[in-house]
Design a protein around this ligand. Sequence first.
Ligand code: DGY
Length: 317
Amino acid sequence: MAHQILLHSEVEPYRTIRPLLEGMGEVRQWNPLTPPPPAEILQSIEGIYNFGHHHIGGEKMDLMPKLRVISNFGVGVDHIDLEAARQRSIPVGNTPKLLDGATADMTFALLLAAARNLVVGDRFARSADFTHYDPSFMLGQEVHGAVLGIVGLGSIGYQVAKRALAFDMRVIYHNRQPSARAAELGARYLPLDDLLSQADFVALNMPLTSQTRGMIGRRELTLMKPTAVLVNAARGGVIDHQALYETLRDRRIWAAGLDVTEPEPLPRDHPLLGLDNAIIMPHLGSATHQTRQAMAQRSVDNLRAGLEGKPLPSRVA
Ligand code: DGY
């Protein structure tokens, strides 16, 4: 019998996904910004395929009494109430490891771009103001040989560290607990405050949890060097954005490269958008053709396994 699948998404999913879902059963789409589908549809739903970061809590799960799997397109599951899923014995799947390399590449791209004025330089080079080469303008911060502080030395942080070593950087890190892989990277564990005050570059690569929410606030930003660059490829919620705005506006750190923000997108009149020492991306950390395809396949495999009552290839709760 065809399975009943709820595609929980505001947008059409990445191009290979819908045919795969339709090969498994009947697909109903719920744009979470609109009212829910009729009760008789929700009551038939056996699996949720979640594309995007809209919240799924216990009250939503309870609308679907036959629900037996939630598959999330992406590794971060801060928008899903995992405890509520556990209480209801609904397995939740995600896509770990597959996007480590792409997200680490983006972390490094932001680090380099912020340090070396890539965005403002590009704008300037296109403008009428660029009339002659001037060796004393747009000086940046040197990346090679600098100290990189990684907050969250998990599998993405590990890939960031490997890239840093190729740039002759010294790596320090902070984690909930020291990492077994640190020795092979020559990375030294430090308490967060020490990391912030010693690093030339700070890369945030931790998940958003109740422990990491707001971890980089006003006090933490004041510990950073005036020449330091902060890069966030994790989740916007780990930073206090008002404090970051004031810090960048007053040039108390050099620059920030943000792949993510909170809220996302920022309101169009948010003052961070007006700063030239902030580079802001529309959440592109894992946005490559190759990684999207791998994520699509794993998330569909998770859904299929859950619908068939089998263990999920990547189960997070
Ligand atoms: C992730 O995998 O968590 C990325 O942010 C894309 O959703």
